[in-house]
Design a protein. Structure first.
Length: 255
């Protein structure tokens, strides 16, 4: 089984890490669109263009499944179930919403997300389609992606900003980490929220979904990583999260 994933930067590596843990025999191709990050502040038409280009690239790698490992891109491609080549497409929003609905006890679900995802209202709409009596509180967290990309997870500035972003979400007993960068900050978020809040990691949710694929045990565990621009921080994060890289290649897209 050959799984292709894409994200704007390091965030999607959290999805890749979980997929490799759940599906150790699968082969993976990861595309990090580091030349055009972050996606969270892009207009919907721009995100559609980037998403389609990334899907087309992964199709060229002859993958069996494509995972949109980015919430901003998933928010504008929620209805896509297959590429133009017929490759099945999975997003990181649907499974995390379903898990949150099953988890909440007080009926209040918080969502930390980028501006693009928050603006789309995709979480509140999808969750209320699943169960209309739930309250969904969305909080845009635009500063977290650049802080993660710069490796400032333990910095006091990051802690201060997290406190500001989490304050409006205080009544939620279930919190969706609605950007694949945010699980990198999971220890810090858990410490600030306390034991009464359950965090929903989209990487775990989509991994559990793909475990049901009929060919999950086929493959050699090969990993290829492609970047659209030179990104030292990406490689540092990849080494830390994945425990070594088998192959890394660089692409430079046409303007």
């Amino acid at each position: 089984m050959h799984i292709g994933l894409f994200d704007s930067g390091v965030g999607g590596l959290t999805v890749l890490k979980e997929l490799r843990r759940h599906l150790p025999k699968a082969n993976f191709t990861y595309l990090g669109d580091t030349a055009r990050l972050p996606y969270g502040n892009k207009a919907p038409e721009t995100l559609r263009k980037y998403t389609q280009e990334n899907i087309d690239f992964l199709d060229q790698q002859a993958v069996d499944v494509i995972v949109i490992a980015c919430h901003s891109a998933s928010s504008i491609a929620l209805g896509m179930t297959a590429s133009e080549e017929g490759t099945p497409i999975f997003n990181v929003i649907t499974p995390s919403c379903e898990q949150a609905v099953q988890t909440t006890k007080n009926g209040v679900i918080g969502v930390m997300a980028t501006k693009a995802t928050t603006r789309s209202q995709v979480y509140s709409n999808f969750i209320n389609d699943l169960q209309e009596d739930l309250e969904v509180i969305s909080q845009a967290c635009p500063l977290l992606v650049p802080l993660v990309e710069e490796g400032l997870m333990e910095d006091e500035v990051t802690e201060f900003i997290l406190k500001r972003y989490l304050k409006p979400l205080a009544t939620a007993d279930t919190l969706i980490l609605g950007c694949t960068h945010y699980p990198i900050l999971k220890p810090q978020i858990e410490a600030l929220c306390g034991a009464g809040t359950t965090l929903i990691d989209p990487a775990e949710s989509v991994a559990q979904r793909l475990e049901k694929h009929p060919h999950v045990n086929q493959g050699s565990g090969r990993l290829e990583i492609y970047l659209t621009d030179h990104a030292p921080h990406f490689l540092e994060h990849a080494e830390a999260l994945l425990g070594g890289l088998h192959q890394a290649a660089f692409l430079f897209p046409n303007p």
